[in-house]
Write a protein that binds this ligand. Structure first.
Ligand code: PLP
Ligand code: ZN
Length: 418
């Protein structure tokens, strides 16, 4: 191959070169980007990274980009926060939060996948790009399409959070609201990709899209000082991100950049949409599709494309999957904000809530190193927690009014101080 990568079928192994397709026409299994690691070993070393900016493009050789691709935008490169207060609260020794709530440009990890998908869209000559989205993906497509001069047309379930719709519209993208849930939207998009010459990032460009998620994993390993953690807790919608973090870790081992060690993968879902965590908990090899009903809209995929691969990875790694209720999601959002100063969206509430549950159940050991992957920003899902924080009454701009206010609050103030 002229590139150092190509599409191959995940099941029958047939090679499909590089083109805008996502499944094998022989056996209908998904396609995956395979790299020529022997050549990669010769062309890139860890030392090459010194002096490169800390964003996802520092791992360019591991991404399906055309030679000489001029990457645009400061995507990724998010903090890995060493937790003290939350770790103490949960009784664990070594806890890190990978914080993609502040991923640029659109404040979720979806910026990473869109970055590699648009590189493929450029390569294959698409002028219009789009996606089926539970919210964040539409934000990321709209923002990066605007920046790079693509036309954008995104498809979303009609009942998405207003902030996520607005965060797409502002960039000038065309938004098509569909009367149905994400799985209906996704089915429609498969037909649209067939009929129109459009690059739908998570449909016909899906293999290139999902490679972008690897950079979340590369950054974790590098920020731990080129070490792998013992445990990773990852939110699951389509089940792609969790598999790509595993792929990233494997690639670093293959190239000899980190020492090999077993990493346990833990998947997080909302109870109201938990096809993958249910499959893991019930020991099924194939998940059963569900009809989503949860405030964690960004994870509300009832028929996840990579669901069976995700549950297999979790089982084989010695990890586990769990799910949390809507009220547990809200509590976990509050807890992460109050302890670490990180305001995450409902998906992050799912991840943090599940991490706590797994620690309590003894599935995550307190003396091991655990990374919790926070993937989106709380300002996009304020509706989900607004009821928790009713507005206080306004007071007059006078010192007596403030004193009277404090007086009236005394029991609460004293309790807060205690
Ligand atoms: C899309 C999304 C996920 C899950 O991604 P998959 O790769 O589809 O499993 C997690 N968190 C947030 C905030 C998302 O938008
Ligand atoms: Zn095949």
């Amino acid at each position: 191959m002229s590139d150092l990568y190509e599409l191959r079928c995940k099941e029958c192994g047939k090679a499909w070169g590089n083109s805008a397709r996502s499944f094998c026409e022989d056996c209908f299994s998904p396609l995956e980007v395979y790299f020529d690691y022997d050549s990669l070993k010769k062309t890139v070393r860890r030392e090459n990274l010194v002096g490169r900016a800390f964003n996802m493009w520092r791992y360019a050789e591991f991404l399906p980009l055309q030679e000489g691709y001029a990457a645009r935008g400061d995507v990724g490169g998010t903090p890995l926060v060493a937790s003290t207060k939350l770790a103490a609260r949960w009784g664990v020794k070594s806890l890190f939060i990978k914080n993609d709530a502040v991923c640029f440009p659109s404040l979720s990890f979806k910026d990473r996948v869109v970055a590699t998908a648009l590189a493929a869209a450029r390569r294959f000559g698409f002028q219009t790009v789009g996606c089926s989205s539970t919210g964040n993906l539409a934000n990321a497509v709209a923002a990066q399409a605007a920046q790079q001069g693509f036309d954008a047309c995104v498809f979303i379930p009609a009942d998405l959070e207003p902030a996520k719709v607005l965060n797409t519209a502002v960039y000038g993208a065309r938004i098509v609201r569909i009367d149905g849930n994400y799985d209906h939207v996704n089915r429609l998009c498969a037909q649209i990709a067939d009929r129109f010459q459009w690059g739908l990032v998570n449909v016909n460009l899906r293999p290139y899209y999902s490679e972008g998620s690897k950079t979340h994993g590369f950054e974790i390993a590098e920020q731990l000082g080129w070490r792998l953690p013992d445990n990773v807790v990852v939110p699951m919608a389509g089940g792609s991100l969790i598999g790509k973090i595993a792929k990233a870790f494997r690639e670093l081992v293959t190239l000899g950049w980190v020492e090999d060690k077993p990493v346990k993968f833990f998947g997080a879902q909302a109870t109201g949409c938990s096809p993958i965590s249910s499959a893991v908990k019930r020991g099924l090899t194939r998940f059963e599709p569900q009809k989503p009903n949860t405030i964690a809209r960004s994870l509300a995929i009832g028929n996840p494309a990579d669901g069976n691969y995700a549950s297999k990875l979790i089982r084989e790694s010695g990890g586990w999957a769990e799910d949390v209720s809507d009220s547990e999601i809200v509590s976990a959002i509050r807890l992460l904000a109050e302890t670490e100063g990180i305001f995450t969206e409902t998906a992050g509430g799912v991840t943090a809530g599940v991490a706590e549950k797994l620690i309590r159940e003894g599935r995550i050991h307190p003396d091991e190193t655990t990374v919790v992957c926070i993937t989106g920003n709380g300002l996009k899902t304020t509706d989900a927690i607004a009821a928790e924080f009713p507005l206080t009454e306004a007071i007059a701009p006078r010192i007596e009014a403030f004193e009277a206010y404090l007086e009236s609050q005394l029991p609460a103030t004293a309790a807060a101080r205690a």
